[in-house]
Write a protein that binds this ligand. Structure first.
Ligand code: KG4
Ligand code: ZN
Length: 357
């Protein structure tokens, strides 16, 4: 059995949306365990997350998930140095389950309680590596760096000035990138959540078969507007289904959707990279990290890789298992929040719309 990595042990909980997650991370970098209980199947039939169902399912799952995280890490609760929890932003009822469980746990153990912002957690996914028996290669990423956060609810270009100091340079004015991908996937008849399905469908398709706009926000060169892309997808699909004779539509559907999926994802990736790399250039950053569920997207990962290589920018991408919602990223950020003395009392509340700064 390999020796346990050094550093304070943080137990973290994440319940901001539809994943009940718990993890144990040592020293903010070494993942000893990461357990994620997904609720996707329960929400699928509604085509989106139903908040009431999410809260109830978190309550059912949370104890077991925490226990499993401790078991997999091979530690007992008394060995934990602090309990971190996502307190913002997210669905209020869902957040409250994690916050209250964490309060009870920290109180019972007599350990500090560390509140973590969900988006800060996504950024911290870039610090993580899973512990293996073959030695550990941790990402050498340290602030300052630039980060593109792309999730289901947020699209931000953020300066990570220090582990707990952030400045937003750009954001979406309407839909998040993930929402646009999910909506387009739904238009193509793919199940919820559409992003990963669209990713798989588009592989091998022609990314230039269809064109989509890259809307500019006047006076805000790093901001995005994804609702225009979504509307363009609706319009193009309507036009095409009118042009296709009904008999051919069935046979052409797969080739057509593959190209459409590839083209839409290319447009999203190109748009995200364009504004982000412009910010990197203007602010002199040579290190860029991607974060959030959408950074699992293969088109975005390869577009970012190619552009960063061409411009001599060092690119950091979280492992796929740490792109979507998980608690290991919350534990990593919790470690740095604790190091900065950011603790909470037992009056900690959920903050559904708190900003990252
Ligand atoms: O970060 P995340 O797990 O949850 C939020 O904090 O919102 O992000 C979820 C989003 C969803 O829109 C989902 O469709 C998208 O990430 N997503 C993907 C992929 N994997 C997850 N989008 C495109 N390609 C993927 N492979
Ligand atoms: Zn998230």
């Amino acid at each position: 059995m390999p020796a346990r990595p050094e550093g304070e042990l943080i137990l973290a909980l994440e319940t901001s949306c539809d994943e009940t997650a718990a993890a144990v991370v040592a020293g903010g970098r070494s993942v000893l365990s990461s357990v994620v209980a997904s609720q996707v199947d329960a929400h699928k039939i509604y085509g989106g997350v139903v908040p009431e169902i999410a809260s109830r399912m978190h309550i059912e799952a949370v104890s077991g998930v925490v226990e499993e995280a401790l078991n997999q890490a091979g530690i007992t609760a008394s060995q934990i140095d602090a309990v971190a929890v996502t307190h913002a932003p997210g669905l209020v009822g869902a957040l409250l389950v994690g916050v209250n469980f964490a309060k009870g746990y920290a109180c019972a153990l007599g350990k500090p309680l560390v509140p973590v912002h969900h988006l800060r957690g996504h950024v911290a996914a870039n610090y993580l590596a899973r512990v293996s028996g073959h030695g550990h290669a941790y990402p050498d990423l340290e602030p300052p760096f630039l980060c593109l956060i792309v999730s289901g609810g947020h699209t931000h270009i953020v300066e990570v000035l220090d582990y707990t100091e952030f400045r937003v340079l750009g954001r979406t004015r309407d839909d998040a990138a993930g929402e646009a991908l999910d909506k387009t996937a739904r238009l193509l008849g793919l199940p919820y959540p559409g992003g990963p399905h669209l990713d798989r469908l588009g592989r091998g398709g022609d990314p230039k078969a269809f064109t989509f706009p890259r809307p500019k926000v006047a006076g805000h060169p790093y901001d995005f507007s994804f609702s225009g892309l979504k509307t363009a997808a609706v319009n193009q699909l309507q036009k095409c289904s009118v042009q296709l004779p009904p008999v051919m539509a069935a046979t052409l559907h797969s080739a057509f959707s593959i190209d459409f999926a590839a083209s839409f994802q290319y447009a999203v990736a190109d748009y995200l990279c364009q504004n982000t790399l412009r910010a990197a250039r203007d602010y002199g950053y040579r290190k860029l990290a991607l974060a959030g569920g959408v950074c699992a997207n293969s088109a975005l990962r390869s577009e970012a890789c190619a552009r960063c290589a061409a411009q001599g920018i060092e690119l950091y991408l979280p492992e796929l298992q740490f792109c979507g919602d998980n608690a290991a990223m919350i534990a990593a950020q919790g470690y740095y929040e604790a190091r900065a003395g950011h603790f909470a009392g037992y009056d900690l509340n959920a903050s559904p719309s708190l900003g990252i700064e």
